[in-house]
Design a binder for this molecule. Structure first.
Ligand SMILES: [Ca+2]
Ligand SMILES: [Ca+2]
Length: 586
């Protein structure tokens, strides 16, 4: 009897499942027979299948490119599932204002959704029943105004959101959980205006190194609670995280780095103005402006690491509890991997009340804290010494460089040879100097000869860095005097080729390692009157060789007339780079 009852239950369960969770298919090869419940009979368009769906159903969309001719209006409790963000693409058009409109309990997963002329990729701004939860996950969303959300609770996770004016805009809603997304080169990654929502922004990576990137996280005037934890934010022309919120915000274990490029803007790190906010365990580095600006009372600003910013801590209120803050090289793995190296001073230096996942004291930075990662710290060699320079006092050639900043630094080694681009080995060592000494005097030189120098850095466990840039030095007599001068070669800005030219020419330049790269680089063309006519390069670049083609046009794209033009390379951190002349012949 029991067995029979069990079978009946099972049978009912099957019916229940069958009746309430149909799958309606969409593909580019189906026969399009209503109600589209197999790949063979799949609908031609997403809206056809959506019309056939009931609450609880799934609309499954096969791989391919889809160009809907109207907005895709979701139905309540229907899941829209694609074959993956690289496989199923939905293109908007200028005729469609909002590409997809959400309903209650919508799920969107596995698509590449491209605005392609539409204003919004995903819109949700309709009256919903109280607090339905919508899920948007594993999509790539490109262009337009990205996602505009309001009046619901939404989980947005594991998406890649690119090239949007506002990646995610939030207005009035309930709970937003925005986690594990990658934001690439949006004007704003997350923008929320007036909202009463509870917002959690966790484990996202935000690349704001776009020429129009403003404030990556722009959070304004919420009245409930905001949690910003374990995010990595780099770039942006104003603030990395700007919280003009009235309710307290918790900003914990974020890494905010690389400032914006325009001197017109502030390029700060984190701005907060709500009393009772908590800012702990954050790393803020390489911002041109203020790392922290706290314009509020009773704020806990503690156990942060601010280093190499225009100004590290800017506190406009007296009642700020600031303990445990440090200012040291965080020792990231590299310029785009913000895990900490072994012996980083940020390891176990965070809030002692917080534990890492490995149950040690919390680390400072995006991978530390209770919601962070457990990972092996790598003992890497120091960075190569940078900004290698030379001076001369008629007795010695004095080499100097900028000191390394790693906590486990041990000493420097100086190499010398008479061959260009030489390979350093132990026979070429001319000096070993302690970590606190950043110069070396070479007394062994002859007039008229050319020498090449390189420097490396060692850590305490014996790892040697790669070598610094090579410095080429020639000591020569100054004619008709007793003086000797040295010629030093480092940055190279080559003569353009061809020259004279029509219609295009190539300018080659070489950037030395000046540390803290990418450095701001500007390659500009001037006319013979000295007016700027074209900005060819204005971006952050790493050391290396670059080739840029100029088409003889100005910034507006108009052809310039025949004549003499000048080009100049400006690199932040390098005082002067000469200009060169070229001739355009029409
Ligand atoms: Ca720890
Ligand atoms: Ca090391």
């Amino acid at each position: 009897m029991k067995k029979l009852l069990f079978l009946i239950c099972l049978f009912e369960l099957l019916i229940f499942n069958f009746a309430f969770s149909d799958i309606h298919y969409v593909s580019q090869t189906g026969t399009s027979e209503y109600p589209y419940i197999s790949w063979e009979t799949a609908a031609d368009s997403i809206m056809q299948a959506m019309r056939a769906a009931d609450p609880g159903d799934t609309v499954m969309v096969g791989a391919g490119d889809y160009y809907p001719d109207t907005t895709i209006v979701m139905k309540d409790s229907v899941s829209l599932i694609g074959a993956g963000m690289d496989s199923t693409k939905i293109y908007g058009s200028p005729n469609i204002l909002n590409l997809i409109i959400l309903a209650n309990w919508s799920v969107i997963k596995g698509f590449h959704i491209l605005a392609n002329g539409s204003d919004l990729c995903i819109w949700e701004n309709v009256a919903h029943t109280p607090e339905p939860v919508e899920v948007i996950e594993n999509n790539r969303i490109t262009g337009g105004d990205g996602l505009y959300l309001g009046d619901a609770s939404t989980i947005i996770r594991n998406n890649i959101i690119t090239d949007a004016n506002r990646g995610i805009s939030l207005s009035f809603g309930y709970d937003y959980k925005i986690s594990n997304n990658t934001f690439l080169q949006n004007r704003y990654a997350i923008y929320f205006g007036p909202t009463e929502a509870r917002v959690e922004i966790t484990n996202n990576v935000v690349d704001g190194t776009h020429k129009y990137s403003f404030t990556p996280l722009y959070l304004v005037a919420n009245w409930d609670s905001t949690l910003v934890v374990n995010n990595i934010i780099y770039g942006g022309e104003t603030w990395g995280i700007y919280c003009y919120c009235y309710a307290p915000v918790v900003i914990r274990n974020n890494t905010v780095t690389y400032s914006g490029s325009s001197p017109l803007y502030i390029s700060g790190g984190i701005f907060v103005r709500a009393d009772q906010s908590v800012l702990i365990n954050n790393i803020v580095t390489y911002r041109e402006g203020k790392a922290f600006d706290v314009d509020a009372g009773s704020v806990k600003l503690a156990y942060n690491n601010c280093w190499m910013n225009g100004e590290d801590y800017f506190i406009q209120s007296d009642s700020v509890d600031s303990i445990g803050n440090i200012s040291v090289d965080p020792m990231f793995v590299d310029s785009l991997d913000f895990h900490l190296q072994k012996y980083s001073p940020c390891v176990d230096a965070g809030d002692p009340d917080l534990k890492d996942p490995d149950s040690t004291r919390s680390d400072i930075g995006a991978y530390g804290g209770s919601m962070g990662q457990s990972y092996a710290y790598l003992d890497l060699p120091p960075k190569p010494p940078d900004s290698l320079e030379a001076s001369f006092d008629s007795v010695a050639i004095t080499l100097s460089w900028r000191g390394n900043t790693e906590a486990d630094l041990s000493h420097y080694v100086v190499y010398k040879d008479t061959l260009f681009n030489f390979e350093p080995d132990t026979f070429k060592i001319i000096g070993i100097v302690s970590k606190d000494t950043t110069f070396f005097k070479d007394f062994d030189w002859e007039l008229g000869r050319t020498y090449y120098y390189k420097v490396s850095a060692y850590d305490l466990t014996g790892n040697e860095s790669s070598f610094s840039e090579e410095l080429e030095i020639t000591a020569t007599d100054v004619p008709f005097t007793d003086e000797i001068k040295i010629d030093i070669k480092k940055v190279k800005l080559a003569q353009n080729y061809p020259n004279p030219f029509n219609p295009t020419t190539v300018i080659y330049y070489y950037l030395p390692d000046i540390g803290y790269q990418p450095a701001e680089v500007e390659l500009t063309i001037y006319n013979i009157l000295g007016s700027k006519v074209r900005t060819l390069v204005k971006e952050r670049q790493h050391s290396g060789e670059y080739r840029v083609t100029w088409d003889g046009k100005d910034d507006e794209g108009k052809d310039l007339s025949s004549g003499v033009y000048f080009y100049r390379l400006r690199v932040s951190g390098i005082p002067f780079v000469e200009g060169k002349k070229m001739v355009l012949i029409r």
